[in-house]
Design a protein around this ligand. Structure first.
Ligand code: ATP
Ligand code: MG
Length: 504
């Protein structure tokens, strides 16, 4: 079993004495417990008839048992397929129909609503697991011995299918192999210097690549420990920093923590690493964090499809507003989307990546898979960006968010950066909205910093001297907040929809 053989080869010297995971409620799993517990889940899955290559779809609340179920799937040769806890039964119907899992595990509280959905989708077995790690699947596992003999799997076999976040449209199932996961985890352990002395505060969801793979696998492959929190809880995170060493979060973690009066140099003195990703971290957040704590947040860039592709350096400058360098073993290039020609330094184009981190393809979407890969194996990320003369990668935004107005390209981030710098502005989102004359009209949605919002006229006149005329918003709309999904990503498609009638 490619993945779990690597885990075994890297187990701490005293697996029973070394903590892998603990919760504030007092649960503690050593590495030996983790191996036994995931072995019980693997045996339970085999007992339920789950065969190698079968999908196990899971929509459950976060608990340590989910990690045992994930690793149990991998060890049984099955394909772990976690689903966002926010998905409605109608959405689950789509995913189950698409993935055709042999088993679907859901929260017992949702069983009445989801059992018929699963049956309709042809799923033969449905089990339960709750936030305390109890349920029919847990009961099956509890009846097994822990000494499971792992099912053989090669590096290229699937370990997981993760659906993308659905920020730009319908979620796609990304097929991830054993080697995709292990290679990326080993790279991150080295790059971010994880050791058995580390204690990671884990407050991310475990249905997404960030919490499931980046955080969990990095801990697992380094013999470190993690403190498992059900969700983002800023005061609690702050109170744990005294005995932790690392935190991984989406930008919202950092903006929320910055509001905590207790966030000081002293409170973070024992921490060695703060990682941010999944959405752009405002340069301002980076600066404020450094001022308050003395730590430079390390921003990295990845996708469900590629695991992690770039990272700011551990030593050396962690440059705000950039995602750092391609990770060892990852090739990254910026090309002209029309001609495929490589761009010069500082020129914006489409980001493409290749390496052992890049997925095998979209589940049951051969045409889409073929369309997103170049003949030489590079994956077209859909993100626009540039590489600066020092080699740092900058993400400018998504190709789908690029605004074409009167034949000119406008990169929303450039306009957002200008607006965000104005007094009285907290943040902004710049979108293209259908416009009868220009095709798309540049439109800014602005969230004020205080109660008094700057006026549309004031914002426009401040921008006039800073941006070319075609980049200027045709309208500025004030909003209380920007719509974000669970990973903290701004949902521009919702904004475009909301304002689609703006220009008649
Ligand atoms: P979908 O593909 O379904 O529309 P999604 O792209 O949001 O959803 P994910 O795979 O969760 O789904 O997110 C990957 C995307 O997140 C990247 O393509 C990029 O746009 C964005 N992203 C991740 N990290 C960063 C970062 N550090 N800075 C800017 N953007 C980032
Ligand atoms: Mg995507």
């Amino acid at each position: 079993n490619h993945f779990f053989d690597i885990v075994r080869s890297r187990l701490p010297a005293d697996p029973a004495g070394k903590t892998f995971l603990e919760t504030p409620e007092g649960l503690r799993w050593s590495y030996a417990d983790l191996v036994a517990e995931s072995g019980r889940y693997a045996a339970a899955l085999v007992g339920l008839g789950v065969a190698p290559g079968d999908r196990v779809a899971v929509q459950v609340e976060k608990s340590p048992a989910v990690i045992a179920l994930y690793l149990g799937c991998v060890r049984a040769g099955a394909v772990f397929l976690p689903l966002n806890t926010g998905y409605t039964p109608a959405e689950i119907a789509y995913f189950l129909g698409d993935a055709e899992p042999a088993l679907f595990v859901c929260d017992p509280g949702k069983l009445d609503a989801l059992k018929p959905v699963a049956e309709q989708a042809g799923v033969k077995q449905v089990g339960t697991l709750d936030a305390e790690g109890e349920g029919t699947i847990a009961a099956e596992a509890a009846g097994q011995t822990g000494d499971f003999a792992d099912v053989a799997r090669s590096p290229d076999d699937l370990a997981a299918i993760l659906y993308t976040s659905g920020t730009t449209g319908r979620s796609k199932g990304a097929m991830l192999t054993h080697d995709n996961l292990s290679s990326n985890a080993l790279t991150l352990v080295e790059y971010w210097r994880f050791t058995p002395d580390d204690v990671l505060i884990h407050a991310l969801p475990v249905f997404h690549t960030h919490g499931l793979f980046v955080a969990t696998n990095t801990v697992l492959m380094s013999g470190a420990a993690m403190i498992f929190l059900p969700k983002l809880d800023p005061p609690r995170i702050l109170s744990l920093m005294g005995r932790a060493t690392a935190l991984m979060g989406v930008p919202t973690f950092y903006t929320r923590l910055l509001k905590e009066p207790g966030l000081t140099r002293e409170a973070t003195a024992g921490m060695r690493l703060f990682v941010s990703g999944s959405a752009p971290l405002l340069a301002e957040t980076h600066r404020e964090w450094q001022e308050k704590t003395g730590h430079a947040i390390l921003e990295r860039y990845g996708m469900t499809e590629t695991n992690m592709s770039t990272s700011n350096p551990y030593d050396g400058d962690r440059v705000a507003g950039t995602v750092g360098f391609p990770l060892p073993g990852v090739s990254l290039r910026v090309v002209d989307p029309e001609t495929g020609r490589a761009m010069e330094a500082d020129q914006v184009g489409m980001i493409e990546v290749r390496g052992p981190n890049v997925f095998k393809g979209y589940w049951r979407m051969p045409e889409k898979t073929a369309a997103e890969f170049k003949a030489d194996g590079f994956f077209i990320t859909g993100d626009l960006g540039k590489v600066d003369p020092r080699g740092y990668v900058h993400i400018v935004g998504r190709g789908k968010d690029l605004i074409i107005t009167g034949g000119f390209n406008v990169y929303p981030k450039e306009v957002e950066t200008e607006i965000d710098g104005l007094p009285g502005v907290l943040e902004s989102a710049v979108i293209g909205v259908p416009h009868p004359d220009f095709g798309e009209g540049v439109t800014a949605v602005v969230v004020p910093r205080g109660a008094e919002a700057p006026s549309e006229a004031a914002i426009l006149s401040a921008l006039e001297s800073r941006l070319a005329k075609f980049k200027l918003p045709k309208r500025v709309i004030v909003a209380d907040e920007l719509p974000r999904n669970t990973m903290g990503k701004v949902q521009k498609n919702l904004l475009r929809d909301e304002h689609k009638g703006l220009y008649g």
